[in-house]
Ligand binder design. Sequence first.
Ligand code: SF4
Length: 236
Amino acid sequence: MVQMNDSNKFKVLTAIYSFYDLFLKDFSLACRKGCHVCCTVNIVATSIEAKYLLGSSFFDNPDPKKLLASMAMGSVYRPSLSTNQIADFCLRQEEFPPDTGKHGEGTCPFLDRVGLCSVYERRPFACRAMSSTEVCQNGSEADMEPFLITVNLAIHQIIEHLDKEGVSGNLIDVLNKLVNNQGINTDSSDSLVSNRALPGFLVSPDEQERFRAVMRRFADFQVGDTTLGSFFWDFL
Ligand code: SF4
C-alpha cells in the first residue's frame, strides 16, 4: 500500500464503512435506532478512526480538550495487543500473552440522553461491527452468525493496516491523546498499542469460498475514480 495522508485515508476509511453497510444488508439483524446495549465505555478504535471522528460536529465545541477530558474514565477496556498482532500469533500458531484488559462498567460518553449516538456518522468500526440477530438485553451477548464474525475481524484488520503507522486503544484514550497533541507513538507505559501491517486473514476452511467472494466485492468497491482493491493490492 502506498503512503497516504490522512485525508486520503479518510476517503478509504469511509469507503470501507460504506462497503460494510451494503454487506450487512445480506444479514437479517434485530438492531434498530435507539438500541444501545452495546454502547459501552469499552470501545476500541484505531488512531485514523479517532481522527475521523474528531471531524464530527459534536466537537464544534469551544473547548474540545476539556470536553474529552471530562469523558476520560479510569476503568475501561484497554487492549494489550492489536488485532493484527493477535492474528499474527494465531497464523504462526504461537501462544500469545493473555489480554490483560478488563472491561469497565458504564455507557459510552457519546450516547445522548435519548439513547442515540452523538457521533453516529463517524462512529468507529467497532461500533458498526456490533450487531445481533436477536434483540440484545443488558448483560446478554449479541447473537451473530460465525461468518459475520470472520468478516468483522477481517475488516478490523484491514482498517488497522490502513493505519499501520498509528495506534489502537480505548476510543476515549486515543481521542484524548490526539486533542492534546501528544502524538500517537506508544511506549511501554502507554495505554495505546502500536498498529501492525496485516499478516493474513483468519478464515476457517469451510468459510474460504464465501470469504473470497466478499473480498472480491470489497476489492471492486469504488473509491472516487478507483477501487478499494487498488489500496490493498498487496493482500487482496
Ligand atoms: S460511539 Fe456511538 S455507536 Fe459507538 S458506542 Fe458510543 S454511542 Fe454507541
